[in-house]
Design a protein around this ligand. Structure first.
Ligand SMILES: Cc1cc2nc3c(=O)[nH]c(=O)nc-3n(C[C@H](O)[C@H](O)[C@H](O)COP(=O)(O)O)c2cc1C
Length: 237
């Protein structure tokens, strides 16, 4: 059950403002971007994301998890390349492709205080679906850099990066700098990650993750750093 960040009162799910003291609760969103299909088993990065989101809920946040792989998302059409003022929010792809389902993701981001992006590592970087989301968020970044409208003011981002053996620093470096350019606030240690030893035993990944103290501690760091910053930004108003 969400908790009021000011007076600690339990708030009914769906209620955003504390009836006791009028404070708005913290809202956290997880976005899973693993393109892994069900036939290939459960996504490891999504399973870890669920744990992060569960812990944010225990802290008192109202939480939602979106699996991008379950939605129909079109690639960025590249209007920005036609000229800076051609790319703006709402993304023109939604009008051009009425079956595109990214609107619900944009809207969930806008109403959240904390957004946690989860991706597997694929060939040394974050996955293609994560990249597709980043490109589709170009319109949000452009609203600030070209039109002067800050759509992500005081929103906090964190990342979950899960691989098998190599590439988390590169994936995290690129992803976190991009999220910062978008306008998100990134607190210290806003990253939870796992890579295992150099072998081909990908079927052992989840078992190894469950035994990893480093992963456990990075989940805790990610949850605490994002939630604490959300509280501080809320107090600042
Ligand atoms: C096409 C492909 C490329 C991969 N490349 C890497 C890589 O470069 N480094 C790595 O550590 N793991 C790599 N992996 C392993 C995945 O990151 C790993 O299995 C991860 O747990 C999958 O997460 P998911 O289940 O959320 O998709 C790759 C997996 C696939 C399918």
């Amino acid at each position: 059950m969400p908790l009021c960040p000011e007076c600690g009162k339990k708030i009914k799910p769906g209620v955003r403002i504390c009836p006791e003291c009028g404070t708005r609760i913290i809202i956290a969103l997880g976005i899973s971007t693993s393109p892994r299909i069900k036939l290939a088993g459960e996504s490891n990065s999504k399973r870890i994301l669920k744990r992060v989101i569960d812990q944010l809920q225990k802290k008192g946040a109202e939480t939602t998890l979106i699996d991008l792989n379950e939605l129909r998302i079109f690639y960025c059409g590249g209007h920005y390349s036609l000229g800076p003022r051609e790319c703006y929010y709402p993304c023109r792809r939604m009008e051009e492709e009425p079956s595109d389902q990214l609107l619900q993701v944009y809207e969930a981001i806008f109403k959240s205080d904390i957004v946690i992006f989860a991706t597997p590592i694929r060939w040394g970087n974050y996955c293609a679906l994560m990249q597709c989301l980043i490109e589709r968020m170009n319109c949000i970044e452009n609203m600030d850099s070209v039109f002067g409208v800050k759509m992500l003011k005081d929103k906090i981002a964190g990342v979950v990066i899960i691989g098998h053996e190599d590439g988390y620093q590169r994936s995290a470096g690129t992803l976190m700098s991009t999220l910062s350019f978008m306008g998100f606030q990134l607190p210290a240690n806003a990253i939870c990650y796992f890579v295992g030893p150099s072998d081909e035993l990908t079927n052992q990944d989840f078992k190894r993750m469950k035994e990893s103290e480093a992963l456990e501690s990075s989940i805790k760091d990610l949850v605490e750093s994002t939630y604490e910053l959300a509280l501080r930004l809320k107090k600042r108003g």
